[in-house]
Design a protein around this ligand. Structure first.
Ligand SMILES: [Zn+2]
Length: 241
C-alpha cells in the first residue's frame, strides 16, 4: 500500500509526538522515585576555608555560596530533581584543601548525577570588576557552561552592567574530575561594593539562584531535544525506507 504524502507527514508528526512527549513521560512516571534525575550542588569552601572575604562587610564567600546552593536546591527539588549537596553546613570536607576537594569529587562521582554545579564568589584586586561568569574544563562541560552563561547574561549581567561575558575555560580540579557535565558559577565579585551588596541581599540571591536553575533547565532541555530528535529521525528513516 502506498501512503499519500499528507498521510506520511501525519504519521511522522504522530511518531515525533510519541517519542518526544509521551514515551519519556510514561517511562519517567513508571520508574518513579528511583528514576528522579540527580543533580549535585557544591557550595565552594567551608569550615577553616572561608574563601574570599567581602570588601566592606567582611562576609565569608563560603557563607554566600551555601545560601545560594540552598535556594537553588529548593528550585530543583520543586521541579522534581533529586539534589545532593557536597556540604550543607559550614564545614570543610577534609583536613587539607586537597582532601576536601577529593571528597567533593567522590560525592559527585558516586551520585550518578546528570549535572554538577559548583557555586563560588569572585575577588579581584581592582574593585571595579563585576559580573557573573561560568567556567568549564572538559569538552562535555563547555556547552553546559555556555548555556548557563547566556542565560545569566540576558537576565542579570546585561540588565545590571550593560555587558555580557563568555564562559571560560578554567583549570579546576572539581571540573576536571567530575564525570558528569559540570560548571563553576562565580556569582559576582565581593571585591566590588555593589556586587557585594547584591550578594548579601536575600531577594537578589533568590533571583540569582532562580536564574542558575533556569540555566540548568535550558541545558537539560537542549540535550534532551537533541537526543530525542536523533531517535525520532532514525525511526522515521526506518519507517519510510
Ligand atoms: Zn571560591
Amino acid at each position: 500500500m502506498r501512503l499519500s504524502y499528507n498521510k506520511q507527514i501525519a504519521i511522522l508528526v504522530i511518531i515525533s509526538f510519541l517519542f518526544i512527549i509521551v514515551i519519556p513521560s510514561i517511562t519517567i512516571f513508571a520508574k518513579g522515585e528511583e528514576y528522579r534525575q540527580t543533580i549535585v550542588l557544591d557550595a565552594g569552601h567551608g569550615g577553616y576555608d572561608g574563601g574570599v572575604k567581602g570588601i566592606t562587610s567582611n562576609v565569608k564567600e563560603s557563607t554566600i555560596n551555601l545560601a545560594l546552593v540552598r535556594l537553588l536546591k529548593g528550585y530543583l527539588e520543586s521541579d522534581g530533581y533529586k539534589v545532593i549537596l557536597t556540604r550543607d553546613s559550614d564545614i570543610a570536607l577534609g583536613n587539607t584543601k586537597q582532601e576536601d576537594m577529593k571528597k567533593r569529587v567522590e560525592i559527585i562521582n558516586s551520585s550518578k548525577c546528570i549535572l554538577m554545579v559548583s557555586i563560588h564568589v569572585n575577588f579581584y584586586p581592582s574593585k571595579y570588576r563585576r559580573g557573573i561568569q561560568s567556567f568549564f574544563n572538559k569538552g562535555i562541560d563547555e556547552k553546559f557552561a555556555t548555556i548557563m552563561q547566556e542565560n545569566l547574561n540576558v537576565t542579570l549581567n546585561y540588565p545590571t552592567l550593560n555587558r555580557n561575558f563568555s564562559a571560560l575555560f578554567g583549570d579546576y580540579y572539581i571540573l576536571a574530575n567530575s564525570k558528569c557535565p559540570a560548571t563553576i558559577v562565580e556569582t559576582g565579585f565581593i571585591s566590588n561594593p555593589e556586587d557585594e551588596k547584591l550578594l548579601l541581599d536575600e531577594g537578589y540571591r533568590m533571583k540569582l539562584s532562580y536564574q542558575i536553575f533556569l540555566g540548568i533547565k535550558k541545558y537539560i532541555q537542549t540535550t534532551l531535544v537533541e537526543k530525542q530528535s536523533f531517535s525520532t529521525m532514525k525511526c522515521a528513516i526506518t519507517y519510510l525506507a
